[in-house]
Design a protein around this ligand. Sequence first.
Ligand code: IPM
Ligand code: MN
Length: 351
Amino acid sequence: MNKYKLAIIAGDGTGPEVVREGMKVVEAAAQKFAFTYDAVPFDFGGERYLRTGEVLPVSAIDDLKKFDAIFLGAIGHPDVKPGILEKGILLKLRFDLNQYINLRPVQLLDARFCPLKGKTPDDINFTVVRENSEGLYAGAGGSLFKDTPQEVAIQESINTRFGVERCVRFAYEYARKYSRRKQLTLCGKTNVLTHAFDLWQRTFNDVGREYTDIKTDYAHVDAITMWMVKNPEWFDVIVTDNMFGDIITDLAAMIQGGMGIAAGGNINPQGVSMFEPIGGSAPKYTGKNVINPLAAIGAGALMLRELGEVKAADAIEASIRTVVTTKIKDLAAGKMGYSTTEVGDLVVKHL
Ligand code: IPM
Ligand code: MN
C-alpha cells in the first residue's frame, strides 16, 4: 500500500476550515482506494507571525523537502501589512522549493454558475500553465530617494532561457498528455515587452518543433482577457509568465464559477509540490462555517493526481461535479444552501 507524507499548512482566515474538508475527502479517498498517509501540521501564517515575529522558521524549507506534497489553505491576515506573509511564506515556499509551475485548471461544472451568457461546461475547460519562479515576482529592482518627490521605483521582470524553456516544455508535455484538443496558446505581450516576450516567443517556437502534434497559437495578454469572456471555448492549454498568469487566472476563476471552486498546484516536477485553493483567506467569513470548501477539495484531488493516485483524484473530481450539479445552490460563501462541513460531507458521500 502506498504511503505518503503530507505537510499541512492550514494558514490564515478560512484556510483551516477548507483544509479540514479537503483532508476529510482525502481521508475518505485513502480508505476507498487503499493508500495511507501521515499528515503533519505546520502553523505558518499570520497568527504565528503576530505571536512570534517570525514569518517562517529557518528550518521550514528543509523540513518541507522531506514531504511528498504540501496542502495549503490560505495565507493572508488583515492585521499584517500586505506583502509580508505573501512574500515571506507563499512566494518563499514557491521559490525555495523550486515549484516553477503554477498549474491552474479552469473548468465550468454547471452552466448555472457561469457569469457569461450562453456558455456551457463544454465551452469552459482549459488549463493555465503559469510560470511560477521568475518574471516580476523575482523581486529584482529597488527604490531610490524613497519618500521624496524624486522617488524612483524599479521593478524588473526576470526571464531566463532556462526558466522559460522548462515552463514552456512543461506546457507542451501537459498539452500532449492531458488536453482535449492538443492546442497550446502562448499568452504574452510581444508588441510592447519586446525583450521578455521575444525570448518567450522564440523559446515557444523552438520547443514547439519537438511537439509537432500540438497546435500552437499566440494571444496578447490584453486580448486574451477579451477572448476569455467572449470565446473561452477557443482555449485548451495556455502558457504564460508569472504576472500575466496571476491576472488571467483570477478572470478564469470567475468564468468557471468563482473562487469557491478554483484550485491550483505549485509544481516542482522533480521535488515537492504544493496544492492550494487560489481564493485567499477570506477573513470576513472566518469561523462561520459558510466558506465554500470545493476549491480546497479540488486542490486535494490535484495533489493526489500528482502523487500518482489517479483513480482517487478522478473519483474526487467526479464527486465534486455531482455535488455541484445536483446539490449546491450557489458557489459563493454563505449561499451554497449547505455549510462548509456539509459540503465536505456531501463530497465524501458521493465518492
Ligand atoms: C495567487 C496569489 C498570490 C500571487 C499572492 C497572494 C502573492 O494572488 O496565488 O495567485 O500573486 O501569486
Ligand atoms: Mn493571484
